[in-house]
Design a binder for this molecule. Structure first.
Ligand code: F0G
Length: 469
């Protein structure tokens, strides 16, 4: 075991620290309360519509917000910007094959580009796609391809207080029930995500992946992985699952991916780049279908919407992001914030997940009904208090049922405090926690919001709200 793991146990009070030091900084500052009130009103109380210059600490997302390393920046200077066959593509292909173990690699501009390709390639109209909780863009691409998403995550995942250590697990009995109901021939694949974003960054166990694959193989159903935050998932396996404590994150990742037939990736997260994505599959026929489509929607199959320099930074980021000390410090920073909030009895999803703290807005604002958007309200109030930007992950994100047109009311009504990788310090986490505490202390007098504009797709990005008083 490496030193950073044993140190804490040996000395009790020894802290961990980030495995990097800061070489370049970007100034940030908090604008006045008056300016924040104006900015929030202009943004329709939707944090996606704020200007980033009006934000102090930006916890909207961990997507594309990582700090790149000196090596990645050096890689940017080595971009081979040829239209076809760029050297950087082959470096990227090699990195994905080495660390994830898949055969055929198709680059895309970001994760949803890969979701589009895989959904169009293997879903036919009327199909069902079971998955361990929906993700917004993933489900929409499955629906646009003619499929119906069916949630097969374990029940514990829908309870923010349940202490289950692998709340991302698939309930394989739910998959079996679906097979009985609609027939295996109408289920092209199981959509498996590790970790599960909407459940609070919760991991899937190796055992669950292994059992799922064995069952799906017996039915002729494929398993495709949303690998967006698989490094963090591998960390939880190393920490919590028997037999994995002495394996590296890289070894765990390779084994986990071996229980799947391919993966799509938003490289803007674990892979430590500001833009990029990829699709990787083992089946040559699926690869061919995806390759014929990538040229229509993304770009030639050796760049898929990325510049050569971006592919180089990505190839380097793949290898850096999988290092044990990096992933451990990343998850521990998230936990540090979680512990501060728990010490003040602020209701958050437990166990704390990999990439974010999710505040349970139903318990935070028990007097605000779900159709007055409690987690959207919390995100707006936090911004007003301190300029800290977070994101709604509740009824607004869940959207409307395409058949009935009604709001989908998810069990989880959460506000996400997402921590970018290698960007903020522990002191920033202290500021965030103290601001949330101030908002919590005023919770009883806080009123909800009403929606005044609603776009047709992915409404959380562009919807507008007004204060309800
Ligand atoms: N899958 C997961 C689990 C994601 O979290 C995301 C993006 C995507 C797919 C789509 O990838 O953005 O590169 O097109 N999540 C971001 C977030 C937007 O903030 O959680 P993308």
């Amino acid at each position: 075991m490496s030193d950073f793991k044993t140190m804490g146990q040996q000395f009790g009070r020894r802290s961990w620290a980030e495995p990097w030091k800061i070489k370049m900084v970007e100034p940030i500052h908090m604008i006045t309360r008056e300016a924040r009130e104006k900015a929030a009103a202009e943004a329709g109380y939707n944090t996606f519509l704020l200007r980033s210059e009006d934000v102090y600490i930006d916890l909207l997302t961990d997507s594309g917000t990582s700090a790149m390393s000196d090596r990645q920046w050096a890689g940017m200077m080595m971009g081979d910007e040829a239209y076809a066959g760029s050297r950087n593509f082959y470096n990227l292909e090699n990195a994905i094959q080495t660390y994830y173990g898949y055969k055929h690699i198709i680059p895309t501009h970001q994760g949803r580009g890969a979701e589009h390709l895989i959904s169009q390639a293997i879903i036919k109209k009327g199909d069902y796609i079971p998955g361990n909780m929906y993700f917004t863009t993933t489900r929409l691409h499955q629906e646009l391809a003619g499929g119906t998403f069916v949630d097969v995550i374990i029940d514990e995942a829908h309870d923010p207080t349940d202490p289950h250590l692998f709340k991302g697990n698939v309930d394989i009995d739910k998959v079996k029930d679906l097979v009985k109901k609609v027939g295996a021939e109408n289920i092209p694949y199981v959509s498996l995500a590790g970790t599960v974003n909407m459940a609070g960054g919760q991991p899937v166990s190796m055992q669950n992946a292994r059992e799922l694959k064995a069952y799906c193989d017996s039915q002729g159903i494929a398993v495709y992985l949303d690998a967006t935050r698989m490094y963090e998932n591998a960390f939880f396996i190393q920490e919590r699952e028997e037999g994995y404590a002495d394996k590296s994150i890289a070894e765990i990742l390779l084994e986990f991916c071996s229980y799947t037939d391919g993966a799509w990736m938003s490289a803007k997260k674990d892979n430590l780049v500001n833009i990029g994505g990829w699709l990787a599959v083992n089946d040559a026929k699926v690869a061919e279908q995806a390759r014929t489509m990538v040229v229509v929607y993304e770009g030639l199959h050796t760049y898929g919407g990325m510049a050569g320099r971006d592919m180089e930074a990505l190839a380097i980021g793949i290898a850096e992001g999988v290092q044990d000390d990096h992933v451990a410090s990343r998850v521990r920073q998230v936990r540090y914030l979680g512990k501060l909030l728990l010490d003040w009895n602020i209701p958050i999803v437990q166990p704390v997940g990999g990439h974010a703290i999710f505040v349970d807005a139903k318990r935070f604002y028990p007097h605000i009904p779900q159709d007055q958007f409690p987690s959207q309200t919390l995100a707006a109030q936090l911004y007003l208090d301190s300029g800290v930007r977070t994101m709604e992950r509740g009824v607004v994100s869940a959207g409307r049922n395409p058949e009935t047109g009604e709001h989908r009311y998810p069990a989880l009504e959460l506000t996400r405090f997402t921590i970018p990788r290698r960007v903020y310090t522990q002191a920033h986490m202290d500021v965030v926690a103290e601001s949330l505490k101030a908002v919590y202390d005023q919770r009883e007098s806080t009123k909800g919001l009403k929606m005044v504009y609603e776009p047709e797709y992915l409404r959380f990005f562009q919807a507008r709200f007004a204060l309800l008083d």
